[in-house]
Design a protein. Sequence first.
Length: 303
Amino acid sequence: MADPQSNARLRADAGAPTTGVIHVRTRLTADFTVISNALAQRRGSAVTIGVAAYIASLPDGSSVTITALCRHFSEGEILISRALRELESAGYLERRRERTPTGQVRTRTYFYDVPRGEGPEDPPEPPGPRPRKRPTVPETRRETAPAAAPAPEEPGSPAPALADAGRPAAALTDADPEAVAVLTALRRVDPRLVLSAQEAARLAPAVAEWLAAGVGPREITELLTVRLPDRFRARPASVLAFRLRETPLPVPPRAPLSPDVGRPVLLPFQTCDGCERAFRAPEPGYCRSCRDRLAGERLRAAG
């Protein structure tokens, strides 16, 4: 007799899941990075998690500027800068401005495995020199104390080349509102052209000069945003400052003539009775060529 056959399903292995991913674990002893599940499973942009994992895998001292990250990833500056802002708001990343022994001010980036304030205790203060506190300015001298110019993010990055970089902070509030509105609206045309309030106030005098010359906001926006490079090597304010400084002031449009100014009267078209050529004249007749020809024939007939 043949062996009995059963229609019952085979019993699955109790240790292996029937659906979903199955991990093939390999014990790593070198070249690996430990990332918390809170960061790896964070809901939101995959670019943010990828940037965080890449920064966590780098050794101390590596450059993590937007330019350096764009050279590694295929995403552009907009997505990379958005990922850094999300990590900064979540507490995983901190950017500080510190002064070097040579007197330069640069931005140092600190990356945390656990968001600041969410661990069992606050993480220790990052190593390195702490930024010095500015001395308190007395109330009697606070109005005349000049505001320090903003420092670039990197030691070698150029600062905005503006003639009024050392203007008092009170003078920045006197910028032309229409010029500031034109500058702040540039980000609608190119999302990279995001300006701070101080940067817009410093660029406003040059834009106000264009507005006073009769150039409209639409023409100014086109002159500042047309044929921009694919990747900025400096801050957007520096690029706009260069264009405002190097672009010649456009010639204002010619004002329309007053209705009182007399305009020349255009004569109607007539058809020549001799050659049927169209010419302008108050009455039908002969054109100039036919009149000259007839006058010559009369002279020859009279002679």
